[in-house]
Ligand binder design. Structure first.
Ligand SMILES: C[S@@+](CC[C@H](N)C(=O)[O-])C[C@H]1O[C@@H](n2cnc3c(N)ncnc32)[C@H](O)[C@@H]1O
Length: 205
């Protein structure tokens, strides 16, 4: 369901969000800080988990990091490869990441855990834990809330997929239960067309 929907909206999504970060100074600073935190202990390799059209990979690449982006939507991956041919992108799932254990020093999941039913997030976090080297950092972003929302129109297309609004406290608890240490939690008010507060969590393996 999610894959089909993102295949359908991929081109519109890529166009609409290509420059989105330039209007979101706090989001940029959080990505800057995450890149600095990864680099500070000698990390260079980052998994962009649920990378969509690759804009976050490209942003982190601009900070000197080596990225690999994965996404369940093959159309998103085609667009990412077209737009950022120097970067690595592969079709893949955050529920079963096709990377060796300990092979990256950072994982960013930028609004990509929001489609996974919350009871399955422990599987996702176990995968992020597995692929991270000891001391590696995870950055999550998501919309705050406690409901499942059925999306029927997105980016100018009729679609059918679910988005889960999430609690920063519950996500932090789940991360800790999966062995992570939560180092940063940021909550900001909605801006622009956003309707919910937005949350950002940085946790360390
Ligand atoms: C809101 S978009 C965010 C994309 C990108 N991180 C960005 O900020 O532009 C959510 C992305 O997560 C991907 N996604 C959803 N569930 C996934 C899963 N289980 N494994 C991999 N990607 C997934 C979707 O295909 C979509 O590209």
């Amino acid at each position: 369901m999610t894959r089909t929907a993102y295949d359908a909206v991929a081109h519109s999504y890529a166009e609409l969000l290509r420059d989105e970060l330039s209007h979101k100074p706090l989001d940029r600073r959080l990505l800057d800080t995450f890149a600095d935190m990864v680099s500070a202990w000698g990390g260079t390799r980052v998994l962009d988990a649920g990378c969509g059209p690759g804009r976050v990979s490209e942003y982190l690449h601009g900070h000197g990091l080596t990225t690999v982006g994965i996404d369940v939507s093959a159309t998103m991956i085609d667009i990412a490869r077209r737009d950022y041919p120097a970067l690595q992108f592969d079709v893949g799932s955050i529920l079963d990441v096709n990377l060796a254990g300990g092979s990256v020093e950072g994982v960013v999941a930028w609004y990509s855990i929001i489609h996974t039913p919350p009871k399955l997030l422990t599987v996702v976090f176990a995968e992020f834990w597995r692929v991270l080297a000891p001391g590696g950092l995870l950055l999550l972003s998501f919309q705050v809330g406690d409901e499942r929302v059925r999306i029927e129109h997105a980016y100018g297309h009729a679609v059918a997929y679910d988005v889960y609004r999430l609690s920063p406290e519950e996500i932090s608890d789940k991360l800790c239960a999966n062995g992570f240490q939560v180092e940063v939690r940021v909550l900001r008010a909605p801006t622009g067309s956003e309707l919910q507060p937005q949350a950002y969590v940085v946790a360390r393996k």
